[in-house]
Ligand binder design. Structure first.
Ligand code: PGA
Length: 257
């Protein structure tokens, strides 16, 4: 089985202000041990990216963006291009986050265009998928995960897949305090990995990181990451508190050893 490096992402969503965001980034930069064998990325709001890039310096923490538009430039009022993000020091982008799908209304097609554009621009893409409560209760979890994975990765080569992380985030667990049990999450992750083997091959399936998101916190991170197919986490609420986020990173390191 491939040796996958644990990935921990902090999705700040539409939170913090300039001073608070910079402070948080600074605290994380000084608290993170870069040779700890865990990949860590933070996803602050667009408007603070440049300032935060300056604070992350040589900390080893990757700077990411919560979204990006797929077109390179032009008349797309309000959108932000991948080159603009690269100018700000960004090297990872979230695509298809459930709040973009369900609050803003992004379609599978748009998510795919953004994922492809991020990879074409040489960035890492963290493709987020996951079922709603209604879909889970009607037994559609695996079908939704399969559909969103296939649609999100349409046209992406095996080579490019090396720069993709899949975040399985059951919508009902995001920001609700409800977490999938480690067994339920493991089951979903294992099925997504099998799907990748079908779509690409076993080597690609063994190599890709599939991380869990949805109310991951210091108290449950270790047991989730102890599961064989859970390769890290995408953390919302708990990434806004430096102590909590650093403690989740430490749980990831323990899993890595
Ligand atoms: P949460 O968010 O940790 O606050 O549930 C996770 C996410 O949306 O990525």
């Amino acid at each position: 089985m491939a040796n996958r490096t644990t990935f921990i992402g902090g999705n700040w969503k539409m939170n913090t202000d300039a001073q608070g965001g910079i402070q948080l980034a600074q605290t994380l930069a000084s608290g993170f041990q870069r040779d700890a064998g865990v990949d860590v990325a933070i996803y602050p709001p667009f408007v603070y990216l440049r300032d935060i890039a300056a604070k992350l310096g040589g900390s080893g923490i990757t700077l990411g963006a919560q979204d990006a538009y797929f077109q390179p430039n032009g008349a797309f009022t309000g959108e932000v291009s991948l080159d603009m993000l690269k100018d700000c020091g960004v090297s990872s982008v979230l695509t298809g986050h459930s709040e973009r799908r369900h609050v803003v209304g992004e379609t599978d097609l748009l998510v795919n265009k953004k994922t492809r554009a991020a990879l074409d621009a040489g960035l890492q893409a963290v493709l987020c998928i996951g079922e709603t409560l209604e879909q889970r209760e009607s037994g559609k979890t695996d079908a939704i995960n399969e559909h969103q994975t296939r649609a999100g990765l349409e046209g992406i080569s095996k080579d490019q897949l090396g720069s993709v992380v899949i975040a399985y985030e059951p919508v009902w667990a995001i920001g609700t305090g409800k977490t999938a049990t480690p067994e339920d999450a493991q089951d979903a992750h294992a099925k997504i990995r099998e799907l990748i083997a079908t779509m690409y091959d076993q080597q690609a399936a063994d190599a890709i990181r599939i991380i869990y998101g949805g109310s991951m916190k210091p108290g449950n991170a270790a047991e989730l990451m102890a599961m064989p197919d859970i390769d890290g986490g995408l953390i919302g609420g708990a990434s806004l508190k430096a102590d909590d986020f650093l403690s989740i990173i430490r749980a990831g390191q323990a899993h890595q050893v």
